[in-house]
Design a binder for this molecule. Structure first.
Ligand code: COA
Length: 157
């Protein structure tokens, strides 16, 4: 899964997975995901197909702002498994887990405006668009605008 994700043109620009990762680099990335919980920065999950148990993507709940009641989510599905709304279903599963954390009141998504698949994923999982954050962060050496989406505990299903 990690090797395939690393061949996506966008995914490696947003995290620590190297582009066109070797098996060793991909395994090192998986190992870094396993450290997220113990280092207190969040929870990194594999998305699995319940029919085949094959790993088809990755999803994270990042908790650096947990003391303020907030967390951010992120997700990616390997290119050949896209088109089945997997991310939206995985995001709803992630929220069920997220609301078991008593301190958490708000889960946010930061999405580039061109990223229609991610916007649809956010909509389908019940997130609301709260605004456009102009020049919010640098990705691949370029300042990027980000749509802010969020869902809050009271709206949890
Ligand atoms: C975002 C991502 C996880 C979604 O994967 P997925 O669950 O397979 O999503 P799908 O391909 O089923 O698409 C979801 C929706 O977006 C729509 N969509 C997909 N690509 C689209 C495009 N280029 N233009 C318009 N709509 C598009 C689909 O039609 C679908 O809409 P629907 O729910 O109304 O039917 C996947 O595209 C991905 O991994 N992208 C790279 C990583 C990334 O961008 N992560 C999010 C960062 S914020």
């Amino acid at each position: 899964m990690a090797v395939e994700l690393s061949r996506d043109p966008y995914v490696p620009t947003t995290g620590t997975l190297p582009a066109h990762a070797s098996l060793e680099e991909a395994l090192a990335w998986v190992e870094r995901q396993r450290q997220r919980h113990s280092e207190g920065t969040g929870f990194s999950f594999a998305i699995a197909d319940t029919g085949t148990s094959r790993c088809v993507g990755q999803m994270g709940l990042w908790t650096r702002e947990l003391t303020k009641g907030r967390a951010q989510a992120g997700y990616a599905v390997i290119p050949r498994e896209r088109g089945r709304r997997i991310a939206a279903r995985a995001l709803l599963a992630l929220l069920k887990f997220a609301w078991t954390i008593p301190e958490l009141h708000r889960v946010e998504l930061y999405i580039e405006p061109w990223n229609a698949a991610s916007v649809r994923t956010a909509d389908r999982a019940g997130f609301q668009r709260e605004g456009l954050l102009r020049s919010h962060q640098e990705i691949a050496g370029v300042r990027r605008d980000m749509l802010l989406y969020a869902t809050i505990r009271d709206r949890a299903v």
